[in-house]
Ligand binder design. Sequence first.
Ligand code: CA2
Length: 147
Amino acid sequence: MAAVVYVLNGPNLNLLGKRQPEIYGTQTLADVEELCRSTAARLGMTADCRQSNAEHELIDWIQEARETAAAIVINPAAYSHTSVAILDALNACEFPVIEVHISNIHKREEFRHHSYVSSRADAVIAGCGVQGYELALTHAASLVRGG
Ligand code: CA2
């Protein structure tokens, strides 16, 4: 059976393509999820895509992934900068974790420069737009294969 990669998107990313196109582009969350599913399929994997505005729901999905997934690609959005709880949940995972940011958080406000999640992530992709999800899945596939 194909390895499953959870693609988790955090708060407000359901608004992708509807506001602030100058920062986040014009593609919607549905477009991003379709890109992830087709990329994963090309790599012989299955992408299970979910978005939540609730910290506890993201944590529940990370814990669920420990039983069912081979890797996580996560854009924790604003929780990147605030959530020790999401970091703790990811620290309990033994598989590859790739962090994605659509924008280059280091080029933006000071408070976006630090991400708790980055201290656990095996790789961090920022500033590549939604193509970052494709890059993250490609890297996740090579880590899952032991590369
Ligand atoms: O660049 C990213 O992907 C971010 O994770 C996006 C977060 C932000 O808090 C991080 O610092 C960087 C914000 C997601 C909100 O997305 C929106 C998209 C369209 C319109 C409004 C918000």
